[in-house]
Write a protein that binds this ligand. Structure first.
Ligand code: PLP
Length: 407
């Protein structure tokens, strides 16, 4: 089946708008992706006709909302290749997911002197929760660098493992450089040493098929707003054995079985980790977004984005005044760059915006990586399933204008 890019673009209403009098070229997908009409319609439908609180009602609408909401657990499990949907915990996104692991697992299973390995490419969401454990428990953070291409040698991670290593917190795909990390080899070595693995799938799950069972990790987090779903939606796979070692992170309704004046008992997982009224409609929207992606096919999306990456790489490499950071051969279609003569990445993005080209400028919540690369900030063009080679050309044209302005 051919990849029908026109049909896909037509599914995303926002793509037909103009910005600053120019057709929108949306290349800020790494920050958040646009939403297909089916997701927007599902949200409207849920609030217009099918809304009630979940899990606790005995009336028609509550049961309907509960069924729709709970069905998403199975969709996430299917999307991630997880056989047991009870190992899927809903979250508001990846930041909440890693805080859940830090407070729920880390705080109860780690002690002073234990080591957590991180790659230098981690997003702050997969750094700061471990810093909390460093500050509160005295665990040690051990950093592994990537090379100048942005590649992370799995052997370097394996070499950093010591008898004190208890956890590895690692990204599957860098949000700045697009580097794909060989998480499977790292997880295999970690498992053999009894080390827990916590994988950040925020970016990877958008761009390629992911099979958590095959990766063999303990935790794998995804975030709905990058997966063409609503903000405030997300999920984390947590291996059952890890769940059994965890305490709840947040307390409240739904996560308990019984509450009395002097005692409380927890609900069974995954409910044990989902306190209070959840993002009902957000998760329903996420389910529709995952159906949409699986309908197009993750292999097909990956193939389309690989050809976009190759085209963009060739065009950007032709600009000898553009410093593209991270030239890994196997990276996703995410390009970070600086421009000789431009004062700051913000200057570039402001000029691009005038041409209708939306990119991200800044440290991308990855300051250790910025330090490692020796730059304060970069501009990032991150592509999605609906982007085209024409849009790569529009980016290059706008960059040439920047060069003329700043050179
Ligand atoms: N991890 C990576 C690699 C990201 O790119 C992001 C979002 O930018 C996050 C984590 C944070 O995700 P969320 O927005 O769901 O908290």
């Amino acid at each position: 089946m051919t990849y029908n890019i026109d049909a896909i673009r037509a599914d995303f209403p926002i793509l037909s708008r103009e910005v600053n009098g120019k057709p929108l070229v949306y290349l800020d997908n790494g920050a958040s992706a646009q939403k297909p009409k089916v997701v927007i319609d599902a949200i409207t439908q849920a609030y217009s006709h099918e809304y009630a609180n979940v899990h606790r009602g005995l009336h028609y609408l509550s049961n309907l909302a509960t069924d729709k909401y709970e069905a998403v657990r199975g969709k996430v499990a299917q999307f991630l290749g997880v056989p047991d949907e009870n190992e899927i915990v809903f979250t508001s996104g990846t930041t909440e997911a890693f805080n859940l692991v830090s407070y729920g697992w880390g705080a109860h299973n780690l002690k002073a002197g234990d080591e957590i390995i991180l790659s230098v490419m981690e997003h702050h969401a997969n750094i700061v929760p471990w810093h909390f454990l460093r500050e509160r428990l005295g665990v040690k953070l051990v950093w592994v660098d990537c090379d100048t291409n942005g590649d992370l040698d799995p052997q370097a991670v394996i070499d950093a493992m010591t008898p004190r290593t208890r956890m590895i917190a690692i990204t599957h795909l860098s949000n700045v450089l697009g580097t794909v990390v060989d998480v499977k080899s790292i997880c295999e070595a970690a498992r053999a040493r009894g080390i827990v693995t916590c994988v950040d799938g925020s970016q990877a799950a958008v761009h390629m098929p992911v099979n958590v069972a095959d990766l063999g990790c303990d935790f794998y987090a995804i975030t709905g707003h990058k997966l063409y779903g609503p903000s405030g939606s997300g999920a984390i796979y947590m291996k059952r054995a890890r769940m059994d070692e965890m305490q709840p992170f947040m307390g409240g309704g739904d996560m308990i079985r019984d509450v009395h004046r002097d005692t409380i008992t927890w609900n069974d997982p995954p409910m044990k980790f989902e306190a209070g009224t959840p993002g009902i409609v957000q998760q329903i929207g996420l389910g529709v977004a995952l159906d949409y992606m699986m309908g197009v096919g993750m292999e097909a999306i990956a193939a389309h984005e690989t050809s976009l990456r190759d085209y963009a790489r060739t065009r950007l490499d032709g600009l000898n005044w553009l410093n593209v950071q991270g030239k890994s051969a196997t990276k996703a279609a995410i390009f970070s760059f600086t421009l000789e003569g431009a004062a700051h990445a913000h200057d570039i993005s402001t000029v691009l915006d005038k041409k209708g080209v939306a990119v991200r400028a800044g440290h991308h919540c990855a300051q250790p990586l910025m330090d490692h690369m020796g730059v304060p900030a970069t501009c990032r063009a991150s592509f999605a399933m609906y982007n085209t080679t024409d849009e790569v050309d529009a980016l290059v044209d706008a960059l040439e204008l920047c060069h003329d302005l700043f050179a």
